[in-house]
Design a protein around this ligand. Structure first.
Ligand code: ZN
Length: 280
């Protein structure tokens, strides 16, 4: 038996081209990784009941379900459809006993230019689904995304902004802090400290920022291959009182998705242990 790797979780998008959810989860266990975070399409592909069995059979922690959100829409009907979809995502997160439902909140509705209106729709959407999340025991984590996604994926683009929004909604709405999205953010240490003080750090995602980045969505780097100070990041997040999982989330169409899945996980473990350890 391989030694367990404490603190490491694998976001299953990292190996989505290699394996289905059960295969990926079994592979994680082979590598000593006992925490995962699946995407809803990966859950749907094997069915929710089977996904729940995978988690139970392998005794896995589910550090998050990706993803809910996408609240802004051009019509009331479409906004309601998004609310309904988020309620289903909450139910799935509850069934999987996920630590949180990650929210990629959505960008501008098609044909519109009012980003503040989109942000209001996000606030309204989260507020509307929050009672259902509470009833199901699911925590909601707003994930701020790098501003290059402001138009199409998330109009919440900095950790400070995500914390402001969470604060406007409720004390029990939190954030998912992804190194890829916020590594560049001014006053990051202060914002991470604030997130910790407010008890809002529900998830932490790790990967690296490649220079150059060749694709806005599908060219994330393995830890150590880019410019993010990952041990410095870990020091900031632990100083804020977060000692939860570090979830590797890499979308990499041209590189890591083309490799053998076991090689990907082996490198994830090596880089996590050598580069993401807390700075003492
Ligand atoms: Zn993420």
């Amino acid at each position: 038996m391989v030694a367990p790797v404490p603190g490491l979780s694998i976001n299953l998008a990292t190996v989505r081209q290699q394996w289905n959810m059960r295969e990926a989860a079994e592979a994680c266990v082979r590598h000593g990784i006992h925490a995962i975070s699946p995407w809803r399409d990966q859950v749907a592909a094997i069915g929710l009941d089977e996904a729940v069995r995978v988690v139970r059979d392998l005794n896995l922690q589910v550090t998050g379900l990706c993803r809910g959100g996408m609240f802004p829409a051009a019509t009331a009907e479409l906004r309601q459809a998004a609310i309904d979809e988020n309620r289903r995502a909450i139910d799935e997160a509850a069934a999987l006993k996920a630590d949180c439902l990650v929210l990629v909140v959505g960008g501008l509705p098609g044909g519109t230019r009012d980003i503040e209106a989109a942000r209001s729709m996000v606030r309204d959407g989260i507020s509307t689904v929050l009672p259902h999340a509470r009833a199901q025991g699911v925590k909601l984590a707003i994930e701020p995304l790098h501003p290059m996604y402001a138009a199409d994926r998330s109009c919440v683009n900095t950790l400070a902004q995500a914390l402001d929004m969470a604060g406007e909604i409720a004390p029990d709405v939190g954030v998912a802090i992804d190194t890829y999205h916020v590594w560049w953010e001014p006053n990051l240490a202060a914002s991470i400290a604030r997130a910790g003080r407010d008890g809002r750090i529900f998830a932490h995602h790790i990967c690296d920022w490649l220079v150059p980045t060749k694709d806005l969505l599908l060219d994330r780097g393995m830890m150590g291959d880019g410019v993010i100070d990952l041990s410095g990041f870990r020091a900031m997040i632990e100083a804020a009182g977060y000692f939860g999982s570090h979830e590797v989330e890499i979308f990499s169409a041209q590189d890591w998705w083309t490799r053998d899945g076991d090689e990907v996980l082996r490198v994830c473990v090596e880089r996590y242990q050598s580069l993401c350890a807390a700075r003492v």
